[in-house]
Design a protein around this ligand. Structure first.
Ligand code: PMT
Length: 219
């Protein structure tokens, strides 16, 4: 579409999973590959934006030095990194799959196998996107919702509760959508509109998302 339509804008994007350490060799993680977030970063740069990409552990690489990439491991680290830059950005897009809980205690040494049953106590991680919503001044804030049931209801609730301007819903019930794959199928919701898109490559989905953002910004 429009070339350089994001000239002069700074876009912050979170991507990938977070890893929450259990001991020096183990962690709690999820299946996010980072593809969706990296596609968004590439597309935003093509449109002339300055891009700050904050990514959890992933093998994805950026194709251009114009993307400023910050690699972190845990949700806590992602939180700290995001709020170093958040105040100065125009658009923030949270596509990362952040762990909601982390082990309360990280064992210093590798945990030995002993009992038949073994429990790990978890504590809640900070909600990065919710905090971005609370601290929002001028930023256009976009969240994602990854759902497996009551998709639209849950996405609408996240849009409200996290004080977002827009949310991108993807459902694991849709074939070809969500984690790992090169494709995604999304529905975009704002407080007054919604639009459903067909299954397409994550690069194409990134274009749809940024087109939608640009249209909202013009209003
Ligand atoms: O990385 P890929 O393999 O390409 O997969 C893409 C994706 C499926 C990870 C992506 O499209 C996606 O849906 N990302 C959001 C995943 C998620 O954790 O959704 P959620 O509904 O649990 O979280 C809602 C929103 O809050 C998300 O924007 C999330 O980034 C944010 N969040 C959640 C928890 C937390 N502690 N901090 C957050 O910022």
């Amino acid at each position: 579409p429009q070339s350089h339509s994001l000239d002069g804008k700074t876009v912050l994007i979170t991507a990938g999973p977070t890893y929450e350490a259990i001991d020096p060799v183990r962690f709690i993680g999820n299946h996010s590959s980072g593809k969706m977030g990296f596609s968004l970063a590439e597309e935003a740069v093509k449109r002339g934006a300055k891009v700050i990409l904050i990514s959890g552990p992933t093998s994805q690489k950026t194709s251009t030095k114009n993307i400023e990439i910050h690699r972190i491991t845990s949700a806590k680290e992602m939180y700290d990194e995001v709020f170093k830059y958040y105040e100065k950005v125009d658009i923030a897009i949270a596509s990362a799959a952040v762990a909601d809980y982390a082990p309360k205690i990280v064992a210093k040494e590798k945990i030995k196998k002993s009992e038949e049953e073994f429990a790990i106590e978890l504590v809640k991680n900070p909600d990065i996107l919710k905090t971005m919503g609370e601290k929002k001044t001028h930023q256009f804030l976009v969240g994602f919702a990854l759902e497996t049931q009551n998709e639209e209801e849950n996405a609408k609730s996240k849009l409200q509760k996290k004080n977002l301007d827009m949310i991108v819903l993807n459902s694991l019930r849709d074939e070809g959508a969500g984690f790992q794959k090169d494709t995604n199928k999304v529905k975009i919701l704002t407080h007054s509109e919604q639009k459903e898109f067909s299954l397409k490559s994550k690069d194409e989905v990134a274009k749809d998302i940024l087109d939608f953002v640009e249209t909202q910004l013009k209003k």
